[in-house]
Ligand binder design. Sequence first.
Ligand code: NAP
Length: 236
Amino acid sequence: MNTHKVAVITGASQGIGAALTAAYQDLGYAVVANSRSIPDASTDTLETVAGDIGDPAVARRIVDVAVERFGRVDTLINNAGIFVAKPFTEYTPEDYDAVKRTNVDGFFHISQAVIEQLLKQDQGGHVVSVTTTLLENASSSVPSALASLSKGGIAAATKSLAIEYAGRGIRVNAVSPGIIRTPMHAPETHEFLAALQPVGSLGEVADVVRGVIYLEQSPFVTGEFLHVDGGQSAGH
Ligand SMILES: NC(=O)c1ccc[n+]([C@@H]2O[C@H](COP(=O)([O-])OP(=O)(O)OC[C@H]3O[C@@H](n4cnc5c(N)ncnc54)[C@H](OP(=O)(O)O)[C@@H]3O)[C@@H](O)[C@H]2O)c1
């Protein structure tokens, strides 16, 4: 008999997603972890599904694996994301396609497949997406309109889905990080990036994990953007 709650976590091979995968297992969840290059793993509390989250067939496979292996889905964490920072006119069609595929398609297909499953189970559930404070507080030092375009869509959809499914017990939230020390940022950029944050330092992966766990454990919170951003959303 299945005794675990089950979380699906995308972008789980490194950085924030890898830490969330460990944290949810520590909380007693079984996790289905996805990224393109994630190594095969199959334990009592972990199953990996490698593939591009922008592909609807991968999204479907993740939910099928969760149900076959662990019997259900309770939480989805939309964490997979890429960041391409450039002056707007220098973005190429390839940049646009890549950001759209991972950040937007990668949100849409898996959210739809998981919410379908949550509705079938009829016991509520939780969707958390990782956005960025840059979409509310743009910085002239880090031009990144494609991040705002893609993550801004996720932020808007978070509120929309929170309201659409509030009556079915499905909560939909987002965590909005500032600049976090992960493999996304080359070490030589850390000093420059830390100086951009009001607190003068980078956030750590553990800061974002605490934010997600707070949302997970807060049944009265939905449609929320929780800022974990060293004060960036408050101003400069
Ligand atoms: N670090 C920051 O400063 C920061 C700030 C704001 C928001 N965020 C957001 O936080 C999330 C995690 O970022 P991070 O810093 O942990 O990034 P990261 O270290 O670059 O990790 C990104 C993860 O996403 C996976 N991924 C990328 N494209 C994918 C795709 N098409 N399909 C499936 N998986 C894919 C990568 O694995 P594979 O290469 O194996 O696919 C990797 O596991 C992202 O959404 C990012 O936008 C980060």
